[in-house]
Ligand binder design. Structure first.
Ligand code: SF4
Length: 195
């Protein structure tokens, strides 16, 4: 079994419900969306066997994998997930919500984008976390229109312009004060100089 891998790195989870936890990030190539605010490069990669990936990640003293992308579920099968589960790893996924998420995952994060909100709820009625990227002026969906989740986060979108980023953070904070079902998830890795 092979995967097309954009990058593998070891860091702290910078956002969401597992913020601050050590994690091995495996970014897979390819995405089925083209969001205007996308800040990841996911088009290029190297084809690797699961054994090759395991050889790299077992150097880290950590048993949490975060599958990210791009859209990692375009490549991940249950056979891939069981390969790592059988080697003792817990696996989180960060998905745009356009694909059905396997029950083999240990932690599921869905970040539905605009027009796919309804579809995300239909195909994944329950997830661990909904994390919504938000910029100033965005209307928030009703919680009821989203997958049922343990946590609902607003994630202010970071842009090159610091003032615009601060405006996005302030906008999210103000929205949460109005609708306290939401929580703030600021991408701390972008503040403290880690991946
Ligand atoms: S779904 Fe995620 S990775 Fe894909 S284009 Fe949108 S922001 Fe980028």
């Amino acid at each position: 079994m092979n995967l097309d891998v954009n990058e593998i790195f070891y860091s702290l989870q910078g956002e969401g419900g597992r913020q601050g936890e050590a994690s091995i990030f495996i970014r897979l190539t390819g995405c089925n969306l083209r969001c205007t605010f996308c800040d990841t490069t996911f088009e290029t990669g190297t084809t690797m066997t699961l054994e090759e990936i395991h050889t790299i990640i077992r150097q880290y003293p950590c048993l949490w994998i975060v599958w990210t992308g791009g859209e990692p579920t375009l490549q991940l099968t249950d056979d891939v997930l069981w390969f790592f589960k059988n080697r003792g790893y817990k696996q989180a996924v960060e998905s745009n919500g356009t694909q059905r998420l396997s029950p083999v995952f240990d932690y599921t994060v869905v970040s539905p984008k605009g027009s796919n909100l309804d579809y995300a709820r239909q195909i994944n009625p329950r997830v661990d976390e909904v994390r919504l990227p938000v910029q100033k002026g965005d209307e928030l969906p009703e919680i009821e229109s989203l997958p049922e989740a343990k946590r609902y986060f607003l994630s202010p979108i970071f842009v090159d312009n610091l003032l615009a980023t601060e405006a996005n953070i302030a906008y999210c904070a103000a929205k949460i004060l109005q609708r306290p079902q939401w929580r703030l998830s600021v991408q701390i890795h972008k503040f403290i100089g880690i991946r």
